[in-house]
Each structure stands twice: as C-alpha cells, then as structure tokens.
Design a protein around this ligand. Structure first.
Ligand SMILES: Cc1cc2nc3c(=O)[nH]c(=O)nc-3n(C[C@H](O)[C@H](O)[C@H](O)COP(=O)(O)OP(=O)(O)OC[C@H]3O[C@@H](n4cnc5c(N)ncnc54)[C@H](O)[C@@H]3O)c2cc1C
Length: 639
C-alpha cells in the first residue's frame, strides 16, 4: 500500500477545506487536500445567493454591525447555537469578506445614486450613498434585520471557490482529486490520517498526517428530495462516527429550503425572495403575510417552509404530476434584474423546467437543503474524542447554526471558520510530533480491505446497495421531514434499523475488480444509514420543537428541558446510536427569548446568573422576552 506523509490532510476541497489549507500553507506547513471530484466542482460551487457579513455599505444595510448579525444568527438558530462561536463568526466575517475581495473575488459593488429595489413584490426607491460607491454591496436574505448578504451576481460560491483554488495553487497546496477517504487512522487517542481509495484504480493508500481536517460538506443525500449534489453523502461524518470516539452534534437539525424547484429539486436562491420575489398559492394569492405579518417571505427558512406545508395542507397547493407545490413569482423584477443578478435562476428555469421566469411562475416546494449537524468540534475546530482531528464547514457542528442556519451564513461560515480554524490548526502543528504507529495503520487498512472483500465476493450476501439507499431516502422523506411526531419517527427508526442490518450483507450485483461506482455506493450505504439513524433517533428523543425540528406532539420550544445539544456516538456492533447531551452554549450574551417570527409557545428556562456573564461584557445585549432565567440545561442526559 502506498503511504504518503504530510503535515495537514484536508479531507475535502470545497470552500472550508481549501480555506483551512491556505491558512496552514501560508504558515509554512505541507498540506494535501483530498476530493472526490476536481475541487472547483465541489458542492460550494452551486451556492448562488451570497454570504453574510455586517459591512453596512448598502443603504439598506445602514447601521448594521457584528452585534446585529450576531443577534440575527442566534434568533435564527432558535437559541440552539453556541453563542461564543456565533460571536467569533459575526466579528470575523467582515474581515474575511474584505480579505476575499483582496484575493480577487469580484463582489457586486455599491453604485451611488437612486435605485429601485423590491420588498414583498412592491418597488421602492433608495439612495446609495456617494461615499460608499465602489464598496462591497449586499442584498436581503431571510431572517436578517439588515441587508448584509454579499454576492457576486448569483454565482457567489463559484467565484469564491475559484479564487480560493487559485490561492491553493499559489501556496503549493497539493490537490489529490478522485480520491475518497474510507477510514480514519487512529490509535484510540490521536488521529494519524486516513485510509483513502483511489477512484481511478480502486487501490487503497495511507495518508499519514500530524493533523487531519474533515471538510466533506453535508449529508443531504440521505434524503430523496434534496438540493445537495450526489457527492454530499456524509463521507467525512461517517469515518468520524466509525471510530466510536467522535460524536456527531445535533444530527436531527436538518434544514428544508422553501424554494426547491419541482420536479428537479434544483434550488433557486433565497436571493429571489431577498430581491423581492413572492410566494403564491393555487389562486395566485400571496399568502405569507397572513402567516408572518412582519417578515412574510423573509422569515427564516424553517418558518417559511413550515408555513408553505401548512398552506398546502389547507388545500391551496397546485396539483402536478410530481406532487403539490406552490409558486415563486419574480416576474415584477424585470428582464434586466433577472438576467443579471439572478442569471443562474433564469438558466435553471429555462433549461430544466421549461419555464421563463420573466413571464411565468416558478413551481417550488420545500426541499431538503442543509445539514446543521455534523462532526462535533469545540470553538477551535478540534473534534471531540481524537487529538489532531479537526472539522470545518457544513461537515462540522461548530455550532453557530443551532437548529436553523440563516441563508447566507453557511457560505460565510466556510471561509470564516476556514480562516479561524486554519489558524488554530497551524498553531496546533507548531512543534507537534506524532508517532505513526504501524499497528494503527494496519488496523484501519484491514478494516476497509475486509469490507471490500466481503462486498466483492458477496461473502455475506447479495443485498443491492442502490435499493437500500433508495429505501432509506424514502423513509427519511416520509418519517423525518418538516413535521415530525413520535409515532412516525419510531416507525422510521424501526425501518432504518432493519435496512442497516440488511446493509451488512451488501454484495456487488456485477462483481469486478478495481473501481466501480457500485463499489463506492456499496461502501458508503451502511455509513449513510448510521447517519440517518442518528438523525431519526435524535429527532425521536428530542421531545420539543426548535428551529427546523418540529414535533407536532411537542409544539413548544422547551428551554427548561432541551436547551442542549445532542451528541450521537456509534459503538461497534450496535444498531442504534448512543445519545448524550451537552449544554447548548457556555453563556448567553443574548438570553433565550422570542425570535420575532414563527410564533409558537416557549417553556422558559431558569438559567443561573453566571450563564449571562460574557467575557469582556457586563450585561446581556437584550432583555429576555418570554423566557427568563434559572436552571442550567442538563448535561450528559442519557436516553
Ligand atoms: C444549491 C445550494 C445553494 C446554496 N447557496 C448558498 C448560499 O447562497 N449562501 C450560503 O450561505 N450557503 C449556500 N448553500 C450552502 C453552502 O453552499 C454549503 O453549506 C457550503 O458550500 C459547504 O461547503 P463545504 O466546504 O463545507 O463543503 P463542499 O463544498 O460540499 O465540499 C466538500 C468537499 O469534500 C469532498 N469529499 C466529500 N466526501 C469525501 C470523502 N469521503 N473523501 C474525500 N473527499 C470528500 C468533496 O469532493 C468536496 O471537495 C447552498 C447549498 C446548496 C445545496
């Protein structure tokens, strides 16, 4: 087996992986990035809308600051986030956005003078200031008090990823694409790298590294209808969970985006609603203001998605051969706006739906979109359970998102966390030496080689991996969707457990040596089922409604009992995760209260006064509205 040494191994070369890689390479360390696909094809390139940073250049962003951004993020998370991390994020985002401009990202810029903008389908005029002319512009996104989503037309992810990939070349970061990490190498205490499969030859290689980063994006493909690319199968989360030592955080926190298109599930950006698009029902009636008078279409995603399903359930959905949907209307924005600032939306609609959005309505429905959960890390990005293992981006539960991430906060998280965690990784590497124990390498290789042998020879059976994957995706859609309840969740968990047991008997339908796409799927499916079980079981045990986790049988947000984060561990031989719980946040700069949208009752917590002591600050920035203080959240509550 070929063995390759490096200081830092980044598993994943999307925005988060490449940003950490650049930071470590700038500090003088050798870095290798692995990727299933060429890095510029990573899923980050699909992000259209933009990234949030409180720059306050646009007239509609006037008065914005990291404090306002912090408050929006915490409310968006429904108080599920780690406020220390949200604070680091909000404070760092403007610096990183300007740095990205310096590195070459062609942000849309403020043009001084009077402009016509739209809110809720209605035009209004606003004057961009002369002294802001040429500075980074921003658009509106859901759940924000100010316009702060920086953008490059609607190809933001692509232009930022191209820029970072160029930086990787400049600093000598090695990119090994068409390689897939299959297992972490570890000695029970330290992470020593990964066993990786070459997707061209099918051969296994050992990558030995002093530090290893998981930046493999989300696990959206455990659902049937998702906006995620097919490579978003949770590969990084799976290898971390497989160690039995590293927990996943808040896997039940899964976001559905209001405007997945029908029938392709391709996303049209939140920028459509931000720029003034409206949601209409079967009668072409704009229903959102009836549910959310204040924010309407620009409430947070969990809220808008729920309202859409509620409205469809009341009989106002549009019937189609692909199921019921609603309409997104951007016609009033006109030709110029749609073919420039929403150009990709125009292309998606015309190429895939046969719809001309300048003249026609776009069929949309809530579609799975984002994984708030992932590899649980501390504020430095270090994974729980194994020294030398880090995670950043959507694969991680750094936890600035809690139970609902705000639109534009994820792309920003990739580069902000990438910059911040990259510095922590560089600091960790300074003077760090490690003994690459050959027994640890042999164990990890033997585990994967054995699995490949069983699958190739069908030694344990001949279950079809694609069939199991499809059944899992259907269970997740049916049982672990937007509205959840105990009975359905229990049925979902039972079905997933049965599928997981069958997945131990996967055999190739067409046995061949070397690389086959079927082998990749066969190796991945048992792990995807573990992630699905962490999600479904975590949702079953969490008997409250918070952010995107809505329990019809427990409609209140329960700060008294559930102001905490789920940690899911997987022990060898088990068919269910072991769940533990930790406090959601070390302190509450913004005390738990009402989000200002979405409605719903809150069971208040009684937190001790010391929970409100923020280092460097004397008092909370905002008084608690409904939920005052006293009892600490339970730690380590075993279910
Ligand atoms: C359609 C769409 C639009 C979006 N638009 C926005 C937006 O406008 N604003 C916003 O804030 N957020 C947006 N998001 C979310 C945001 O784009 C993602 O959260 C973010 O880009 C994730 O970046 P990442 O670097 O963590 O992972 P990714 O970009 O997904 O990169 C993951 C990397 O890991 C590699 N990889 C995966 N598994 C393995 C493995 N086992 N071995 C080796 N390599 C592996 C992949 O090849 C890839 O290089 C959008 C998401 C979608 C789906």
């Amino acid at each position: 087996m070929q063995t390759i040494y490096t200081d830092l191994l980044c598993i994943g070369a999307g925005l988060a992986g490449e940003r950490v890689a650049v930071e470590a390479a700038m500090a003088g360390f050798n870095v290798i990035c692995l990727s299933i696909v060429p890095p510029r094809r990573s899923h980050s390139s699909a992000a259209q809308g933009g990234m949030q940073a409180a720059l306050g250049n646009a007239v509609m962003g006037k008065g914005d600051s990291p404090d306002v951004h912090f408050a929006d993020t915490v409310k968006g998370s429904d108080w599920g986030c780690d406020q220390e991390v949200a604070r680091i994020f909000a404070d760092t985002a403007p610096i990183v956005m300007r740095e990205m401009a310096h590195w070459g990202v062609p942000w849309n810029r403020v043009v001084a003078g009077t402009h016509t903008y739209y809110k809720g389908g209605k035009p209004f005029e606003a004057e961009e200031a002369a002294d802001k002319h040429g500075l980074i512009h921003a658009r509106a996104f859901g759940g924000t008090a100010k316009w702060r989503t920086c953008y490059t037309a609607d190809g933001t992810g692509r232009s930022v990823l191209n820029t970072l990939d160029t930086k990787c070349l400049q600093y000598g970061v090695e990119i090994h694409d068409r390689t897939q990490a299959e297992a972490l190498i570890h000695d029970g205490e330290r992470c020593l790298g990964a066993i990786v499969r070459c997707l061209k030859t099918g051969e296994l290689r050992a990558y030995l590294a002093k530090a290893t980063l998981i930046a493999t994006g989300g696990y959206g493909r455990i659902y049937r209808a998702t906006t995620n690319a097919i490579i978003c199968d949770g590969g990084g989360q799976i290898i971390a969970l497989d160690t039995g030592l590293v927990p996943m955080g808040n896997m039940e926190a899964v976001q559905f985006h209001p405007t997945g298109t029908v029938p392709t599930d391709i996303l049209v950006t939140e920028g459509c609603r931000g720029d003034g698009g409206t949601l209409l029902d079967v009668n072409e009636y704009r229903f959102m203001p009836d549910y959310e008078p204040e924010k309407a279409e620009l409430a947070s995603r969990d809220v808008v998605s729920r309202r859409m399903i509620e409205h469809i359930r009341k009989g106002f959905g549009v019937q189609s051969p692909y199921g019921e949907h609603l309409w997104l209307d951007i016609r009033h924005l006109g030709v110029k706006h749609i073919t420039t600032k929403l150009r990709e939306v125009y292309d998606i609609c015309t190429n895939f739906l046969g719809v001309d959005p300048i003249h026609q309505l776009i069929p949309v429905r809530p579609t799975h979109h984002y994984s708030m959960g992932g590899v649980r890390v501390d504020k430095t990005g270090a994974a729980y359970g194994l020294k030398g293992l880090f995670s950043a981006g959507e694969s991680a539960c750094w936890d600035m998102h809690g139970f609902n991430r705000l639109g534009g906060n994820s792309l920003a998280e990739t580069v902000v966390a990438g910059s911040y965690i990259g510095k922590q990784v560089a600091q960790f590497l300074k003077g760090y030496e490690v003994d690459f124990k050959s027994s640890a390498i042999r164990d990890a290789e033997a585990k994967i080689a054995e699995r490949i042998k069983n699958i190739t020879t069908s030694a344990k059976g001949r279950e079809n991996c694609f069939q199991l994957r499809n059944e899992m995706q259907d269970v997740m859609m049916e049982h672990v969707g937007i509205f959840r309840n105990g009975k359905d969740l229990q049925a979902g968990v039972d079905k997933l457990q049965a599928l997981y047991e069958r997945s131990m008997n996967i055999g190739l339908q067409a046995p061949t040596k070397g690389f086959t796409p079927e082998m990749s799927m066969a190796l991945r499916v048992p792990g995807m089922l573990k992630l699905a079980l962490c999600t479904a079981y975590g949702a079953l045990q969490r008997t409250e409604s918070r952010g995107a986790h809505t329990r019809e049988d427990y409609p209140e947000r329960n700060d008294r009992d559930w102001l905490n984060r789920t940690l899911a561990y997987w022990k060898d031989g088990d068919t269910l995760p072991t769940l533990k719980y930790e406090e959601a946040s070390p302190y509450y700069e913004l005390p738990p209260g009402d989000r200002g949208y979405g409605g719903g009752k809150i069971i208040p917590a009684e937190l001790p006064a010391e929970k409100f002591v923020v280092p460097g600050k004397s008092a909370p920035t905002e008084a608690p509205s409904e939920a005052p203080a006293a009892k600490p959240a339970k730690s380590e509550k075993k279910k």
